[in-house]
Design a protein around this ligand. Structure first.
Ligand code: AQP
Length: 332
């Protein structure tokens, strides 16, 4: 079986619909075809300041949401990044193989620091793509299910893996991004020119999966569309409507063409009302399942402990090989 690896940050508390449609749905699908490793990336979370108690609670909450989304601990390995110290250890080696200029070209860092200025950012935020390189390579992952915004980081991972293999001999599998074209970028409901993101300027544009369903329904109903009336998929001319069609299509398994037919001659109001219903039907059991996992922390922690053990078995083997290749004297 090919390997898959991906990670998700615990920082916002609730995942948003972009996280689910862009990434988590693919995690669930790939556990059927891949030897899949998924982690809550708490090391990445501290690249920006975190309240310790909130981080701890949100880490459990993230794991509960992944399980509620359909990850099955018998079919995949689910763990917390900091439970596997090899991530930080391999990251150092990868830091020493990455050019400063190369790291400086990462657009996410530029975007994230555009407002506050790069000097106010931590070095951790700057080097986080390199930690991601280590995350992926430790598991010899073939495929990395992510949203479009992460493509550049997977490309960086491929470059560094090739560099390491070229310099020290074949060690790492070269990974490929697994990005689903239709859902790789879900857009903000208030500004369909930008991606739905936890750091959006207004919460009205983001569907947080753990919000009261009626709050989410309201956000769908007040999504920005355009001044026409026709319900048609056209990313360029009708980005708002197209985004709603993508969400609708993915949550129901109906093709966009069928939706266009269904809503022929009907107004945006009908589309939004029915999509709001679809969403409420999906998030209601999701929220319940998340609460069930949270209500039983012993079971949840047991799943995470088993996951960390399985992950460490693979990660420690890869780290030992990498350490040996770079010339570190083995500890006796
Ligand atoms: N809008 C999106 N559409 C599709 N996929 C998305 N992802 C995020 N936003 C969208 C994917 O979700 C996965 C987990 O993301 P993350 O928790 O690592 O954090 P992120 O990319 O930093 O998420 P945000 O909300 O977009 O946060 P900020 O505002 O900090 O940038 C990833 O696979 C990501 O691609």
């Amino acid at each position: 079986r090919p390997r898959a690896l991906s990670g998700i940050q615990p920082t916002a508390g609730s995942f948003h619909l972009g996280n689910y449609l862009g990434a988590i749905r693919q995690y669930v699908a790939l556990q059927e075809t891949h030897d899949a490793f998924y982690m809550v990336v708490d090391l990445h979370a501290i690249t920006v300041p975190q309240d310790p108690a909130a981080l701890r609670a949100n880490t459990r909450l993230a794991a509960a949401q992944l399980l509620a989304s359909g990850l099955d601990p018998d079919r995949c390995t689910l763990f917390i990044q900091s439970h596997v110290p090899e991530h930080a250890q391999l990251a150092w080696v990868m830091n020493c193989l990455t050019g400063f200029g190369e790291a400086s070209r990462m657009t996410q860092f530029k975007d994230k620091t555009a407002k506050q200025g790069a000097d106010r950012a931590t070095v951790g935020l700057f080097t986080y793509p390199i930690l991601q390189v280590a995350d992926i390579l430790l598991y010899q992952a073939n495929h990395v299910p992510v949203g479009e915004d992460q493509r550049q980081h997977v490309e960086l991972t491929r470059d560094i893996a090739e560099r390491f293999n070229g310099r020290f001999g074949d060690t790492f599998t070269i990974p490929a991004p697994h990005i689903v074209k239709e859902t790789g970028k879900i857009y903000d409901l208030q500004d369909p020119a930008i991606k739905m993101s936890k750091s959006a300027s207004t919460p009205k544009g983001i569907i947080s999966l753990l919000d009261e369903p009626k709050v989410s329904a309201k956000k769908i109903k007040s999504a920005v569309t355009d001044t026409e009336t026709e319900i048609r998929y056209d990313e360029e001319k009708k980005p708002g409507v197209s985004n709603l069609l993508t969400i609708y299509s993915t949550l129901t398994g109906t093709t966009i063409a069928d939706l266009e037919r269904k809503y022929e001659g009907k107004g945006y109001g009908a589309l939004k009302t029915e999509l709001a219903e679809v969403l409420v039907e999906w998030v209601t059991p999701f929220r319940e399942r998340t609460q069930e996992y949270l209500a039983d922390p012993e079971t949840l922690d047991g799943i995470l402990a088993r996951g960390a053990e399985k992950a460490r078995a693979v990660a420690s083997d890869t780290l030992a090989r990498a350490y040996d290749k770079v010339g570190f004297l083995p500890a006796k």
